[in-house]
Design a protein around this ligand. Structure first.
Ligand SMILES: *Cc1c(COP(=O)(O)O)cnc(C)c1O
Length: 401
């Protein structure tokens, strides 16, 4: 495996590692020892793939978007993670980790959530497995993402509003780590993206790698070769991006383009574009790029998209970006809104506002007519309809409202 995958010490180049408090050392170490033998066992693979098929609804389609392709002068295929159970890619990861937790003999699951999407995906698999579920969520997010809070409660999870800091995702992560310190024996911390201390970034990337595993055979079926010229995904913590690129990371024929959330713009204070604006630091157990003040205080992230609202980035992506294996573009709120309307009107697919950031990257690239582009639609936009409507002036040419 190449310099882009995790090494024995849990690093991706300069990034990653496991910077955890003493009290969690044993927990994290146990997980480091346990995860590979479990997820590589036939028993695990059988259960995981059976659930992905019959419960999640995989494989997710690879759909040739003809009208969108005509608009951008290339051949665009959409990887439809929006069609998964619960409406996004996050369930791929929670299914895998709940099986891992069970096999490790854990009985209590904790998770952090921002927009509530990971909280819902975790509460869903806990209901499925009959496990106790507690979700930490910033109080600000509890208020602005009320429907997801209700979904989690209906699924049987206990939602803890977090009132420290900005009361958003970053604070929810810190609180989940604090809870884990108090219950290291029976509790499994189910992390929602390719972030956190080693081995979480590797666990989550492997659980999402089913996306590129499918892209390979689906492309082969459709065009007779198993790789595209471009892979495009949005990037918050980096899990749908990691899944989209996983089996192509060492294939240099494939250009990797990732879209992070520019918010109002990378030259303003209202941004979540960590790769553009961050500097090296330690956040939630990993060395990575972090948006911070000169004194090392974590800055709050701003974007219209709750799922991309994180002041850090997975260490795998920090490494790939600084080594220029991936090209990272910052997409601003208005560009994402526009791209979301465009996909809706050209293809009849309302994308999650997060995924709309990936779609907006199309406008920033120039293609040859025979280029094959695979773009991951990480989630569906039902949750974002109000946001699209409130900002419809940004997409005037589509607006006969
Ligand atoms: C959470 C979320 C994201 C961002 O998370 P990643 O770990 O970067 O994939 C993107 N899209 C959707 C639909 C989400 O729910």
């Amino acid at each position: 495996m190449s310099e882009f995958f995790v090494d024995e010490q849990g690093f991706y180049g300069n990034f990653g590692g496991a910077y955890v408090p003493e009290i969690l050392y044993k927990c994290v170490h146990d997980l480091q020892q346990a995860y590979l033998p479990i997820i590589e066992s036939d028993d695990f693979k059988r259960e995981y793939h059976a659930l992905l098929k019959d419960y999640v609804g995989r494989p997710s389609p690879l759909y040739e978007a003809k009208r969108l392709s005509a608009r951008y002068g290339c051949k665009i295929y959409l990887k439809r993670e929006d069609l998964n159970h619960t409406g996004a890619h996050k369930i791929n990861n929670t299914i895998g980790q709940i099986l891992l937790a069970k096999k490790m003999g854990k009985t209590r699951i904790i998770a952090e959530t921002g927009a509530g999407q990971h909280g819902v995906a975790t509460a869903t698999v806990c209901a499925l497995m009959g496990m106790q579920c507690e979700v930490f969520m910033g109080k600000t997010d509890v208020e602005r993402q009320h429907t997801n809070v209700e979904r989690m409660r209906m699924l049987g999870a206990q939602v803890h509003p977090v009132t420290t800091g900005n009361m958003t995702l970053s604070d929810a992560c810190s609180e989940a780590i604090r809870d884990w310190c108090c219950h290291p024996q029976d509790t499994y911390y189910l992390v929602g993206s390719t972030m956190g201390p080693h081995p979480y970034p590797d666990i989550v990337a492997r659980m999402q790698s089913v996306i590129s595993e499918e892209i390979k055979w689906q492309l082969n079926e459709k065009i007779g070769r198993d790789y595209p010229d471009y892979l495009i995904a949005c990037i918050g913590g980096g899990s749908n991006a990691a899944g989209t690129i996983y089996h192509y990371i060492d294939d240099l024929r494939v250009r990797i383009v990732l879209a992070e959330a520019g918010g109002h713009g990378i030259d303003t204070d209202y941004t979540a574009a960590t790769i553009h604006c961050g500097s090296e630091g330690i956040l939630h157990g990993a060395r990575t790029l972090v948006m911070q003040t000169d004194e090392g205080q974590i800055k709050e992230a701003f974007t219209i998209s709750a799922g991309l609202d994180y002041p850090g980035i997975g260490p795998m992506h920090a490494n790939m970006a600084v080594k220029k294996r991936s090209k990272v573009l910052a997409v601003n709120d208005d560009e994402a809104i526009y791209a979301g309307y465009e996909l809706t009107r050209l293809e009849g697919i309302i994308p999650a506002i997060e995924s709309a950031h990936a779609l907006a990257a199309l406008n920033k690239l120039s293609f040859n007519s025979d280029d094959v582009v695979v773009l991951t639609v990480s989630g569906r936009g039902d949750k974002d309809v109000q946001t699209y409507l409130n900002n419809k002036s940004l997409a005037k040419e589509y607006g006969n409202f």
